[in-house]
Write a protein that binds this ligand. Structure first.
Ligand code: UDX
Length: 454
């Protein structure tokens, strides 16, 4: 199949997302940006299981198709990473090829596949069909850089050095600053290998996109930084129709949150969320619950339905005067609210970017994966918050949480973080604005799609 625009039509991009909320969100937002730049034919592909469980509405204005990762009825979390990878490779390759064929035979041939490198086999399928292909990394470029060096064998696993130096502008890292899948390689080597496989065919890809922006992470891999992939209404409110959030595996509670926040004073509320996947242990939840009860500040806490049993008995009633607990909210609306004073976060990459973009100071309680590295950068590189310290049992105790909240909110330290917040908020807007670095990367890609050089 020929690469390029079909006569008289916009090029058609198929955007294949990995079935986790933190991966689907940025790819949908990126699709909206492409759409705004004139790529009117965009089809989203998610797994059958993800779509079956999508609960959000309004959903998305793009057509949504499915592929199978071999786990149409769920259960992927119960198998080993290698088993998931192998089954997913087989079913995913077949069903992605079927989908491309189906779209082609309905007269809607694909020009470019944009895919999450957690599905590296998708690139082989794209190349089989002669399509242009673009990887879209949903994690930070620093994290990608660390994985890439481990993939090339330049960073030896398991880690034995107390200090790790990785070229490309990264600061000196300690083992605990590395993504946990690297730093804790021995506890689950298969999981680490899953992450490294993202790069197994990288030399064949036409474009590499990362959900970041140059001003934030300047010197690492030679990639196109196109982020932060968050709605443009959030950044400058110029595209009102962009308000659609897209597919969510969770049902958001919006009005009660905003009504409650409207009654709170400026910068008086701690927003707490651990994203869509992290599962803090019972002890950690208890320490967190007690810390929130003891602070002077009110709080809005997202406790997913699957985690609710970890709350202390009668906790909701005990804290009803000062705390609102919901199972899921529209986080962007919440972070943009003037009542929010700080964000107690697991430092998922999307949450980190969203807090940076809205100028909200962070207290990092990273759980695993890339979150440990993100928390390191939040504190030491971007100076947007502090990483809470664990005790010898790996738990962040209540006193530490309370201390960290005042650290980011009060005194000289709070003042410094507020200055960084103003800086980052402006740099984000500049990057995505007309003429900005992320905006230029997207325009370059769109031009290549419209006027392919081959
Ligand atoms: C995971 C990883 O942790 C993350 O680092 C990786 O880059 C993507 O996969 P997740 O743990 O869910 O993602 O965290 P995060 O990246 O922060 O993404 C969560 C998304 O859900 C954010 O876009 C956030 O705005 C949204 N969210 C979260 C809501 O809309 N409502 C909520 O109540 C909580």
């Amino acid at each position: 199949m020929e690469i390029g625009k079909q006569e008289g039509k916009s090029p058609h991009c198929l955007v294949l997302a990995f079935p986790l909320q933190g991966h689907v969100n940025p790819m949908l937002q990126f699709s909206k940006r492409l759409n705004y730049k004139g790529i009117t034919r965009i089809t989203i592909a998610v797994t059958k299981f993800f779509l079956k469980n999508a609960k959000d509405f309004p959903a998305t204005s793009f057509p949504v198709e499915t592929i199978s990762d071999g786990f149409d009825n769920g259960g992927f979390e119960k198998v080993s990473p290698l088993e998931y990878y192998n089954r997913c490779w087989e079913s995913g390759s077949d069903t992605l090829a079927d989908l491309i064929e189906k779209l082609r035979s309905s007269g809607s041939g694909i020009d470019c596949l944009i895919y999450d490198p957690f599905f590296p086999w998708a690139l082989d399928v794209a190349k089989k069909f002669g399509l242009m292909a673009a990887m879209f990394f949903t994690q930070s470029n620093s994290v990608n850089n660390i994985y890439f060096h481990a993939y090339k064998g330049e960073l030896k696993l398991p880690i034995s050095e107390p200090e790790i130096r990785i070229p490309g502008g990264l600061p000196v890292l300690k083992p605990g600053d590395l993504p946990s899948f690297i730093g804790e390689y021995e506890s689950n080597p298969e999981r680490s290998e899953f992450m490294l496989k993202q790069f197994r065919n990288v030399e064949k890809v036409d474009w590499i996109f990362v959900n970041t922006f140059y001003e934030l992470e300047q010197e690492f891999l030679p990639v196109k930084a196109i982020g932060p992939s968050i709605p443009s209404w959030y950044l400058d409110k110029r595209l009102p129709d962009d308000k659609l959030y897209g597919l969510s595996a969770f049902k958001p509670i919006t009005e009660p949150c905003i009504n409650w926040l409207n009654k709170q004073q400026n910068k008086s509320v701690i927003y707490v969320s651990f994203g869509s996947f992290a599962q803090p242990g019972l002890d950690q939840m208890e320490e967190l619950a007690l810390a929130l009860k003891m602070t002077q500040m009110n709080f809005l806490w997202v406790v997913r339905a699957s985690e609710e049993t970890k709350l202390p008995k009668n906790y909701r009633d005990d804290v009803s005067e000062k705390g609102l607990i919901v199972t899921w909210c529209h986080q962007l609306d919440v972070l943009a609210h003037e009542a929010i004073g700080c964000f107690l976060t697991h430092c998922g990459w999307n949450s980190t970017l969203e807090a940076l973009s809205s100028g909200v100071p962070m207290v990092g309680l990273p759980q695993w994966s890339d979150q440990t590295t993100n928390a390191k950068f939040v504190e030491d590189v971007w100076k947007m918050g502090v990483r809470a310290k664990k005790d010898e049992n790996g738990i962040v105790r209540r006193d530490e949480i309370i201390h960290c909240v005042s650290y980011v909110m009060e005194g000289e330290t709070g003042e410094k973080i507020r200055r960084s917040a103003i800086k980052w908020k402006k740099l984000v807007r500049d990057a995505v604005d007309e003429g900005g670095s992320s905006n230029r990367s997207i325009e370059e890609f769109v031009s290549a799609l419209v006027e392919p050089s081959i």
